[in-house]
Write a protein that binds this ligand. Structure first.
Ligand SMILES: [Zn+2]
Length: 471
């Protein structure tokens, strides 16, 4: 029998949803990007941003989330004339996103589907989700394609060329990173994506066998996992990692030790900044001196949260993100919680695109301890100074019966049976010297912390266990 619905049902097609030549003129993929948008003078770039920002504002005013959020602050359409007025717009945070989902489940009223999810092909990935369900984000074909173009650009900037083999050791599930990497590598770099995923998806030794057999040229992963893989190659398989011929490690470096990772692998380490909502926002060029923001697609502000004002170049603050291309769910002054600073001066590569120095940590991961702001990531960076430590650690925060805050650092030794007492004392005094507070240290056996940090299971490793926030 003939299905009557088949006469009337129209199935939206991805390739019909995008005018590709028009999209590529607006957001040039690599290598064209490297000679065009990447090199335009700062004032022309600002003009381009301003035009795109005004369009993005018009679009945002059609979306219930912004009508409500801005309306509450007394803002009217037309109040914001251009980027010069950006600071007058009230920011929003992840709490507002959760609230948007509660108001209009399941996607929330920031994602402007305009009635029907059936009209365009959509893809879903998620953010966060330490408590409750992860937060969904839907991408329209064009929004997704801009993210893919940007992935291709950053890989090109970092030396990936057609025919290369890029092994992706990121989680292949709801989080955006892994699948977005595959789409960008496949469609816009000419390289071949090899999706091994995390250690839970492909065990570390199998990852290494694949790397050797298929001649992987680049690895994408978190630094802690790539360090772990390098140490397994060197210490367990007794092979020099550089013999594998990997040329580049593409990571979210944060405050991790670049030199240690480079010398372990004999490969260049490139820092990148990306989020689930936006994909890649900034990436290091071959100079590796700060991450160029893709300023034709994003405006990033570095804000001092105490007074909500931008900080000067070189000073640390929280990143506010504004997208310049997003139709389905534009972000206008989204407080990312990521701490960074603008790298002063111009890059030797000749691009005027501003650079983020690095991501110092997340403001919601920061522990205020005896008047000092401590990021677990900073403790990790100090541990890499000790050759008797393999760099694995976790910070445990709790309150005692008197309500006093306490923090213990548990760190793994690099080999079993090393002089634990001496190592412990040395780390404790280094932490005291660098951070100005006394933190007790416990030395653990190699691998002992992995079940608590998730090193072999997740791409994002847990470095802070906060027993105060269980209620
Ligand atoms: Zn550069």
């Amino acid at each position: 029998m003939k299905d009557p619905a088949s006469q009337t049902c129209s199935v939206p097609r991805y390739y019909d949803s995008i005018d590709f030549p028009e999209l590529w003129r607006e957001f040039p993929p690599a290598p064209d990007y490297m000679n065009t948008t990447f090199l335009i003078p700062a004032d022309s770039l600002r003009v381009l941003q301003d035009q795109r920002f005004q369009k993005q504002m018009q679009r945002a005013w059609q979306i219930p989330f912004y009508q409500r959020h801005w309306g509450k602050a007394g803002m009217l359409p037309g109040d914001i004339k251009g980027l010069r007025d950006l600071e007058r717009i009230p920011p929003f945070s992840v709490h507002d996103l959760r609230d948007a989902i509660e108001r209009q489940p399941p996607w929330g009223d920031l994602i402007a589907l305009e009635g029907s999810a059936a009209a365009i092909p959509l893809v879903l990935q998620t953010s966060g989700g330490t408590t409750g369900l992860p937060r969904p984000m839907l991408y329209s074909p064009r929004d997704r394609e801009v993210m893919n173009i940007i992935t291709g650009r950053r890989l090109f900037m970092q030396g990936v060329r057609p025919g290369d083999v890029v092994q992706v050791a990121l989680s292949l599930g709801l989080a955006n990173g892994g699948f977005l990497a595959r789409e960008g590598i496949w469609k816009y770099s000419g390289a071949i994506p090899v999706m091994t995923g995390t250690g839970a998806q492909t065990p570390t030794r199998r990852q290494i066998e694949i790397m050797r057999a298929w001649k992987t040229t680049h690895l994408i992963g978190f630094p802690s996992y790539l360090r772990h893989v390098g140490l397994v190659i060197r210490d367990e398989m007794k092979i020099e990692p550089r013999e594998l011929g990997v040329r580049g490690l593409i990571v979210h470096l944060g405050v991790d030790d670049r030199e240690a990772l480079q010398s372990l692998w004999g490969a260049s380490v490139f820092d990148t900044y990306g989020t689930n909502e936006c994909g890649s926002l900034a990436a290091e060029c071959a100079e590796r001196s700060g991450m160029h923001i893709f300023e034709d697609a994003f405006v990033l502000e570095i804000i001092d949260l105490d007074n909500n004002r931008p900080v000067a170049a070189g000073e640390k603050g929280t990143i506010y993100q504004t997208t310049l291309f997003n139709h389905l769910a534009p972000l206008i002054r989204f407080n990312s919680n990521d701490i960074s600073s603008i790298h002063p001066g111009q890059c030797a590569c000749g691009s005027c695109h501003q650079r983020l120095s690095r991501i110092f940590g997340r403001s919601d991961n920061m522990v205020k301890f005896k008047g000092t702001n401590i990021f677990p990531e900073a403790i990790g960076a100090l541990l890499t100074e000790f050759s008797q430590s393999n760099g694995e650690y976790v910070c445990i925060v709790d309150t005692n019966e008197k309500g006093e805050l306490g923090m213990v650092v548990e760190a793994e030794a690099s080999i079993e049976g090393s002089n634990m007492t001496a190592l412990r004392g040395a780390i404790e005094s280094r932490l005291k010297e660098a951070l100005g507070v006394t933190l007790p240290v416990l030395i653990r056996k190699p691998g002992e912390l992995s079940t608590r940090t998730g090193l072999d299971q997740n791409s994002k490793v847990r470095r802070l266990i906060d027993h105060r926030v269980q209620s």
